[in-house]
Design a protein around this ligand. Structure first.
Ligand SMILES: [Mn+2]
Length: 439
């Protein structure tokens, strides 16, 4: 059961409406996606839509109307249908939806085409996802055009605004209930990572560890994983988005696992890198401790008021110095940063927003393009990595083929931060001890 209730969604809608002038907001549910022929991927609701109403079915719309005098919320849903109930399961239907959701009106989605024109009548602004081209949005635009051409209609839609930016700005700050859901996701992901460490041994395939983690997630009731799992043995870790997961795990190699579950649509996002056989080699340990040191320092710098851009810059300085200390880069840190040479070994950003989406599409800058400052309630991943390809002959041989990333989920608090995934083994000692245990 989701910890969110109808009052949460209602207050989010009120907040959204308070951020717009008068007008009509249209939010659409996600469309089912075909996998092949007549089979579909498991359905996942649009995060923006879900955030504003909590409705989990497809073929649904939420319309919010604001005039100078009043506001109105309208939910369009699929009607209950015997045939659909038999084959695919029962829809909630109009009456039940009206009883559950704190919206002013619920309508049959089949009546949308005939009702949208009246909803838009005498309004001057439309708020939609500007980059969406669903038939519902096209229908709304066509209706606005017809109203424009209708005698006697005095006010017309004369501006179409992006609504996603407003919603995603709201999504930046997580409520206590949202943080609890993220913690639920992280707790289960912690269990899966620990079991992967315990199970790992030379000769297993990457997909065997992946399968076990999926088993841990599904067995506990998680509906989905937040993203496609990366289980990358040895040099495979140097392919950043390696998702094949078909290789054999070899004695003496590390394995990088970036995998996590979603809980009540809230993501977790965790990476750990550990030795396949349970013991770091001296070279692996040296690089690992450098990455870990960078991660701990970056996390320690997080608190309200700190700018995300500054944190990115700080992490690059630390990573560059780590690469110099390892003898992988040679020269002055300042010069190397200017020429971006550190990017060869650490090409990705330090972290991203996380929430209903693993990469929460919340803004990183304000309307002037200035980097946002951290505020209590924001959640960001911190995931420094150093990647040294096996064929890189400019680096000492002992380091070649090592790819390490360590990723935690960090909540900004009033006084600093809370590492939501602090319970997952991370120091060399903790990781080696965990690897010695059995499932
Ligand atoms: Mn991540």
């Amino acid at each position: 059961m989701s910890l969110m209730n109808e009052i949460h969604y209602e207050s989010r809608r009120e907040k959204l409406l308070s951020s717009v002038e008068e007008g009509v907001i249209i939010l659409t549910s996600a469309s089912p996606k075909t996998r092949s022929n007549d089979t579909e991927y498991p359905y996942r609701q649009s995060s923006d839509f879900y955030y504003m109403c909590g409705f989990q079915e497809d073929n649904a719309l939420l319309i919010l109307v604001k005039t100078k005098e009043a506001t109105k919320s309208i939910l369009f849903v699929e009607p209950y249908n015997e045939e659909h109930a038999l084959w695919n399961g029962a829809r909630l239907g109009v009456q039940k939806a009206q009883a559950i959701f704190r919206v002013d009106e619920v309508h049959d989605i089949n009546n949308y085409a005939s009702l949208i024109k009246d909803i838009l009548r005498e309004h001057i602004a439309l708020y939609i996802d500007l980059f969406e081209d669903s038939s519902w949005i096209i229908q709304a635009k066509n209706s606005a055009k017809e109203l424009h051409e209708t005698r006697g209609v005095k006010r017309h839609i004369k501006a179409i605004h992006d609504v996603t930016h407003l919603i995603r700005t709201q999504r930046l700050i997580k409520s206590n209930e949202e943080i609890s859901e993220i913690k639920n996701a992280v707790a289960l992901t912690a269990k899966a990572h620990h079991e992967a460490m315990k199970l790992s041994k030379p000769g297993l395939h990457e997909y065997e560890l992946q399968a076990h983690m999926s088993y841990v997630f599904q067995r506990a009731g998680a509906q989905a994983e937040s993203y496609g799992a990366i289980v990358a043995g040895g040099n495979n870790a140097n392919t950043l988005h390696y998702i094949d997961n078909r290789d054999v795990l070899r004695d003496g190699d590390l394995v990088l696992i970036d995998a996590a579950c979603e809980w009540e649509l809230y993501a977790s996002d965790i990476t750990r890198t550990f030795p396949v056989n349970g013991r770091f080699t001296a070279a692996q340990r040296t690089v690992y401790e450098k990455v870990l040191d960078v991660q701990l320092r970056v996390i320690d710098a997080m608190k309200p008021g700190v700018k995300r851009d500054w944190l990115q810059q700080y992490s690059e300085e630390l990573l560059c110095q780590a690469l110099i200390d390892l003898g992988i880069l040679k020269g002055e840190c300042k010069t190397l940063l200017e020429s971006k040479e550190h990017k060869k070994y650490s090409p990705h950003g330090i972290g991203h927003w996380m929430g209903l989406d693993v990469h929460d599409p919340c803004p990183y800058v304000d309307d002037e393009g200035e980097s946002l400052q951290f505020v209590a309630g924001m959640v960001m991943t911190i995931e420094p990595g150093i990647y040294i390809r096996a064929d890189d002959e400019t680096v000492e041989e002992k380091y070649r083929g090592i790819g390490i990333r360590i990723e935690d989920d960090i909540l900004i608090t009033q006084n600093g931060y809370e590492n939501l995934s602090a319970m997952i083994a991370k120091t060399v000692e903790e990781v080696e001890n965990m690897c010695q245990e059995s499932v």
